[in-house]
Design a protein around this ligand. Structure first.
Ligand code: SAM
Length: 316
């Protein structure tokens, strides 16, 4: 076992296991979805759940195989996992994919993972914050020539920033399959122009085709969170869904439009962008958008048209 290799940034990264031939199914200590097994592992390593890090581990045995299957973990595929916990999803990914690189912020989990994932040779754990990880470099180094997917049971305190960071970096990945709070799943997957849509729905649709895969009840986790969850999959588009003159302006328009969602687009956007209503009204009209509508009624091409009108104005 190569444990405790330190990279040049001083962060630990670990390739786990050497005996890939061991029997399929549960690890030697018993299934990682078994509460008694989890308790035993936690006690042995003196581990306690961190609420701040969103540590709710999956104990429903049907959930992880389904995330792995529907998330595209398969021969020839490399998987990036965010947040290993005690490795319950990691193991299912490692059984199906060629290679799994897991980014886990909590160093207390490293000795546990060395034990629970001991049977896998194709798993690397990187002990770092996913928001600071150099994902393009990781993909280039770890998955050369491979199709790459992201699979995770996301820490809920940071769901949207992680998703937006993955999408905005325009990584060479095929899809992102993640467990999120059910409410967040609805918002993320809502088509722009629908009542549940928000800035995140428009931003996600710019980069990907999202859909809800299946629901997961709160009782499927240890400890049980206060809300139910859903697994969603975002299929990353080869090019953004709409062409815009400036992505920066497009996202400023999307964010600004939803900053006060009960107000009309004229009121909200003029406040958010620092324009007078007299300045904004003709731009909205030229974009084919009625100044009286609300952000949730706007489609992606309409946000793009407003954005391009603003970019055109800046150019003149
Ligand atoms: N995959 C495991 C499972 O399904 O049981 C654990 C999921 S738990 C909801 C979220 C995991 O993400 C925890 O292990 C937590 O320590 C880790 N985590 C939290 N914030 C993180 C961050 N910024 N970067 C990487 N991992 C993080």
């Amino acid at each position: 076992q190569r444990l405790g290799t330190i990279d040049s940034q001083g962060q630990g990264w670990y390739t786990i296991g050497q005996n890939f031939q061991r029997t399929e199914g549960a690890s030697a200590m018993g299934p990682l979805t078994n509460r008694a097994v989890i308790r035993q592992v936690m006690e042995k390593h003196g581990f306690t759940f961190s609420k701040a890090l969103g540590q709710n581990f999956i104990v429903n045995p049907s959930v992880c195989p389904r995330i792995a299957e529907e998330g595209g973990a398969a021969p020839g595929v490399g998987v990036i996992e965010i947040g290993a916990g005690i490795g319950v999803l990691t193991a299912e990914l490692a059984r199906r994919a060629d290679k799994v690189v897991c980014i886990e912020i909590d160093s207390r989990l490293l000795p546990i993972l060395a034990e629970t994932l001991g049977e896998f040779q194709n798993v690397t754990i990187r002990n770092e914050d996913v928001m600071k990880a150099d994902l393009p470099a990781i993909i280039a180094k770890e998955f050369p020539g491979m199709e790459v997917v992201v699979c995770a049971n996301l820490p809920y305190y940071i769901t949207s920033p992680i998703l937006m960071s993955l999408l905005e970096q325009q990584l060479p990945i095929r899809s992102i399959t993640v467990m999120v709070q059910r409410e967040a799943a609805r918002r993320i997957c809502a088509p722009p122009g629908s009542r549940e849509s928000g800035a995140i729905s428009a931003a996600v649709r710019y980069y990907s085709e999202p859909r809800i895969l299946f629901p997961v009840s709160r009782g499927s986790f240890l400890p049980a969170p206060e809300v139910d969850s859903s697994v969603i999959r975002l299929d990353v588009l080869s090019a953004p869904a709409v062409q815009v003159k400036s992505q920066e302006t497009f996202f400023a328009v999307v964010r600004g439009s939803f900053s006060q969602r009960r107000k009309t687009i004229l009121n909200t956007l003029s406040a958010a962008l620092g324009l007078t209503k007299e300045e904004l009204r003709p731009l909205l009209e030229a974009a084919g958008v009625s100044p009286g509508v609300r952000a949730e009624e706007l489609t992606l091409p309409q946000f793009a048209a407003i954005s391009d009108q603003l970019s055109g104005r800046a150019e003149t």
